[in-house]
Ligand binder design. Structure first.
Ligand SMILES: Cc1ncc(COP(=O)(O)O)c(C=O)c1O
Length: 511
């Protein structure tokens, strides 16, 4: 027999209606119970309360709140009962009726027809953001990866995140720092976290920085937005890689920046420019391995880029989003670490190392930009959650960060090798894989370009959903390819997905 006492009781949560807006007029001729009846009825008719689960306050509480007798309240409620607006459940209280009276359904709905006929006037800024999603499509976030969808690019294995350790450290910092973590806090970020990140970056990314140069931000996107807003005036030019991380274009558009796409070769971003091309105030790059092509920027291109930036008074934005996951050769030092002229704005994120929902990242700002960055952060949203920042600081200083990176590097290396082997076996007749030295994505080029529309349709239909390479292209005209993510799926899931894709392609007569 299961022990009933030890089983947690399941209770349905029910919201109690506050009726804050009720105002009774004691000087008027209308009786108080009539006023109360009418005002409650009008509130219920507004349709703001969910039927069946919205509970009314007790008659005692209503009487106390309104300073009237309980019998007045009872009179009003009994009329609402009689008209079908309310329903009583013995032992639980009085609720908004499940089946609403007809008048209820048609009455006082907000008047939306005007706005349906005429779309709201929105700013040019909204229209400038290159993002075609609407409505519920935003619920899937930037990567569009819903349940039951696999091999989506750029998704880390969040199920490996050490939730229990995180929760323990979170409880410890809350117990130690208490209400200090509940106040508005530093616009630059938690001091312990800035110290821990500076030490990590000097050690592992060969960066050269002090904790005072670090600004904690809400991920890479915010790092880009703050940097662009601090460095560029609206209409000024930023160079970005083409193809490029789609959020970079969106963020820079939001900042009103003129985007100049720059092609990629085997060394990284191409610096040469035509005389007509505007000089950049900022250059966005992913030197550790280019997103999405996976090219690692050569040493020569790095020094050329730094020289170019110095010569033209431009800043380089180094997006080092997942440099920790390098599988071939030793890790490359960051561009920031070889910059002697304070030209590099370095930014990192915990989105890939830990998980994207934390929305935590960091900027290493050249000294002359720090205050401008912090000023913008302060005007934007003040700071990231002090509780999560303090927890991350502990997570790093107690060694969990490094051990998690090491563990994930091993898991990702296994998944990557497995993906490559299975992919070549099952789909090698249709695609050529371009295996990068690092990162969580692999580009697969089509062997027969004409297959592209069918494969695109099938991947979307069966839920094995790599991105098309063209999704990341601005002007670049590259051969058709797909960008596969392998990191968030176990070998069994990877195999299942690839078998599903291979057999769907086989049964499609045309290819
Ligand atoms: C190039 C690049 N930078 C940054 C990120 C992550 O940005 P955030 O920290 O805003 O999650 C991604 C995620 O896919 C990426 O592909």
């Amino acid at each position: 027999m299961p022990n009933r006492k030890s089983r947690p009781q399941k209770r349905r949560r029910r919201s109690i209606i506050a009726f804050e807006m009720i105002r009774l007029d004691r000087t008027g001729t209308e009786p108080l119970h009539e006023q109360l009846y009418r005002q409650i009825r009008d509130e219920l008719k507004s349709g703001r309360f969910s039927e069946g689960s919205s509970r009314l306050p007790s008659s005692r509480a209503l009487a106390t709140d309104q300073g009237i007798s309980r019998s007045t309240v009872r009179l009003a409620l009994s009329k609402l009962h009689a008209e079908g607006y309310l329903r009583s459940k013995s032992g639980s209280g009085t609720f908004v009726a499940n089946l609403l009276p007809e008048t209820f359904l048609t009455a006082d709905q907000p008047k939306t027809y005007e706005s349906i006929r005429r779309p709201a006037r929105v700013s040019d800024r909204v229209r400038a953001i290159p993002d075609q999603r609407v409505g519920k499509e935003f619920d899937l976030g930037a990567t569009g990866a819903g349940q039951g969808v696999s091999l989506v690019a750029s998704i880390p294995a969040v199920d490996e995140f050490p939730i229990a350790i995180w929760e323990r450290l979170r409880a410890q910092v809350l117990a130690k720092k208490g209400v200090n973590l509940l106040r508005y806090s530093s616009n630059r970020g938690d001091a312990d976290l800035r110290k821990a990140i500076a030490a990590y970056l000097c050690d592992f990314r060969a960066a050269r920085c002090q904790p005072d140069q670090i600004v904690i931000v809400a991920g890479m996107q915010q790092a880009m937005l703050i940097s662009a807003m601090a460095v560029l005036n609206p209409g000024e030019s930023a160079w970005i890689e083409d193809p490029c991380y789609q959020q970079t274009r969106r963020v820079l558009s939001l900042a009103g920046v003129k985007i100049v796409p720059k092609a990629i070769d085997t060394h990284g971003i191409i610096i040469a420019r035509s005389p007509k091309e505007p000089l950049p105030r900022m250059i966005y790059v992913t030197p550790s391995h280019q997103f999405p092509l996976g090219v690692t920027m050569s040493f020569q291109r790095r020094t050329d880029l730094l020289d170019f930036a110095r010569a033209h008074n431009a800043f380089i934005f180094e997006d080092d989003y997942d440099a920790e996951f390098r599988f071939v050769g030793p890790p490359l030092p960051s561009l920031q670490g070889i910059d002697n002229a304070s030209r590099v704005i370095y930014a990192g994120t915990v989105s890939k190392i830990l998980c994207p929902s934390l929305r935590l990242g960091y900027i290493v700002a050249p000294e002359q930009l720090i205050d401008s960055f912090v000023k913008i952060r302060s005007a934007m949203d003040q700071h990231s959650s002090p509780i999560e920042q303090a927890t991350l600081a502990r997570f790093i200083t107690e060694g969990f960060f490094l051990s998690h990176i090491k563990r994930m590097r091993k898991i990702y290396a296994e998944r990557r090798d497995f993906f490559i082997k299975q992919f070549n076996e099952l789909l090698g007749d249709r695609f050529t894989l371009q295996v990068p030295e690092a990162g969580l994505n692999i580009v697969a080029w089509l062997k027969r370009e004409e297959d592209f529309p069918v494969i695109k349709r099938i991947t979307s239909e069966i839920g094995v959903r790599p991105s098309t390479l063209s999704f990341f292209c601005i002007q670049a005209k590259l051969k058709p390819a797909f960008v596969f993510g392998f990191a968030a799926w176990t070998p069994t899931q990877i195999r299942e997905s690839l078998v599903k894709l291979a057999s769907a392609l086989k049964t499609t007569a045309k290819i």
